[in-house]
Write a protein that binds this ligand. Structure first.
Ligand SMILES: [Zn+2]
Length: 447
């Protein structure tokens, strides 16, 4: 057995839709592509890439010739040259959303799409997968139907040598509303409780501070204590795409998500990408942030002076108090700029060390998705990948494929990539990563 077999057979970070490959889409679209409403994809693709596509032609030619198929792949597969930009990624993702919606709303055959995903994972040799998916909360009936169908298929997919579990992704801006519906789903379908083990927050993170979810996390904690047999754990995408704020704030968001109760952080690039690399990714990157973020950072620093200073981060209480007083008189959305100095960048590195250490103490692991970080997360090159920093620390790390279909990758290929670039032999790497199953959700539930 290969040294990294445990890591290559357990997937903890994968989005259902993102598991569809270009060939799956061509197959699913073969009979219906002229009927599908492609407007969402056409609009977002044009916005993101400045090109107006004709999806019917893409499918027609993609199904007819190898050249057409290559063209189809070019417009669907998200590659590094597409640029580390979440909007561009979402535009390509919208192609599968349009097709998937048709299978749900017109054919009522979404189970076939899900089985296609599960079967591929089984063929690849995965034996434990936590799937996650999101649906808008503004249509509760369809929200419930969507997640019920997903959870049922994943439950039915379990066999002696394959286990699938399900996480319901909640919209960051409507977490409590989504959570109520998730609880309703479990109340109406108690047979699904063993399969639905967690909740997830994904999609755009910018504009959604973890702090705003304080009441959601408090409610979840209370419910989990009251009904431990159906406790739900939280996976939280954070520090993935964070150009809208300072590097200190991006590091703080990761810490706060863990403090609030998230059990696994998705990506957390902000904790591992060197600040000097992060800030040169775009002109003026991370220099400006809203007054509200700066005030939140000041409050955070003043709350844990001693802990930060133990990691070499100097906290000048008097200066911060004066800055706070000055900022409190300004509009919270006003943008303020603070240029970086070498000393400030060094302090950000120490803050990263501090938060990685805090994650170890809190028992919170990072789901690191190598290809995703290179293609969406704006990690400029393999050598600069945040994962190397995580591996040098003691933080728990699980390797995930995120959206293997749209990246045209697999979990095994992701782990091979890590082995090829980590600068460690496979046995040492396997030992450092350990068995990712120790981070799976649902283990806290009483048997
Ligand atoms: Zn993800």
């Amino acid at each position: 057995m290969k040294a990294l077999h445990r890591q290559q057979s357990c997937e903890l970070h994968v989005h259902v839709g993102g598991c569809l490959y270009a060939d799956d889409l061509l197959e699913l679209g073969r009979e219906v592509y002229t009927e599908v409403d492609w407007s969402l994809f056409v609009r977002s693709y044009e916005e993101a890439f400045g090109v107006r596509l004709d999806p019917e032609r893409l499918f027609r030619e993609g199904l007819r010739s190898e050249k057409g198929r290559e063209r189809f792949c070019r417009h669907y597969v998200y590659r590094q040259e597409d640029g580390g930009d979440f909007g561009r990624f979402q535009a390509k993702f919208d192609l599968l959303i349009c097709l998937y919606r048709y299978w749900v709303q017109h054919l009522h055959r979404e189970e076939e799409v899900l089985w296609r995903i599960v079967e591929r994972h089984r063929r690849e040799g995965l034996d434990y997968v936590e799937y996650r998916a999101m649906f808008p909360v503004d249509d509760p009936v369809r929200f419930l139907h969507f997640h019920r169908t997903n959870a049922r298929v994943f439950q039915q997919a379990c066999t002696g040598d394959f286990t699938a579990r399900y996480l319901i992704s909640l919209p960051r801006g409507a977490a409590l509303a989504g959570y109520e519906l998730a609880q309703q789903l479990l109340a109406e379908n108690p047979e699904l409780i063993p399969s639905v083990v967690g909740l997830d927050f994904c999609f755009f993170e910018e504009g959604h501070p973890p702090e705003k979810l304080r009441s959601f996390f408090a409610r979840l904690e209370a419910d989990n204590q009251r009904r431990p047999e159906q406790a739900l754990e939280v996976a939280y995408h954070v520090g993935e795409v964070y150009f809208d704020k300072s590097l200190e704030s991006a590091v703080r968001w990761c810490h706060q998500a863990a403090q609030l109760g998230a059990r696994r952080l998705g990506h957390a690039i902000a904790l591992g990408l060197d600040p000097e690399v992060a800030m040169v990714r775009r002109p003026g990157a991370h220099e400006a942030e809203p007054v509200a973020e700066r005030l939140a950072q000041i409050a955070y620093d003043l709350e844990q002076v001693r802990e930060l200073e133990a990691f070499g981060v100097e906290v000048d209480r008097g200066r911060l108090a004066r800055e706070r007083l000055e900022l409190q008189g300004r509009p919270s959305v006003e943008m303020i700029s603070r240029p970086y100095t070498p000393q400030r960048l060094e302090e950000v590195r120490r803050r990263q060390d501090f938060v990685l250490d805090q994650l170890v103490r809190l028992g919170v692991a990072i789901e690191s998705c190598p290809t995703s970080n290179l293609r969406i997360g704006g990690v400029p090159s393999p050598a600069q990948h945040p994962l190397w920093r995580f591996l040098r620390s003691e933080v728990g790390v699980a390797i995930g494929a995120d959206d293997p279909g749209i990246f045209d990758m697999s979990l095994a290929a992701e782990v091979d990539w890590v082995a090829a670039h980590a600068g460690m032999d496979e046995v040492a790497l396997a030992r450092r990563l350990g068995d990712p199953r120790r981070f799976r959700f649902g283990q806290e539930r009483p048997v």
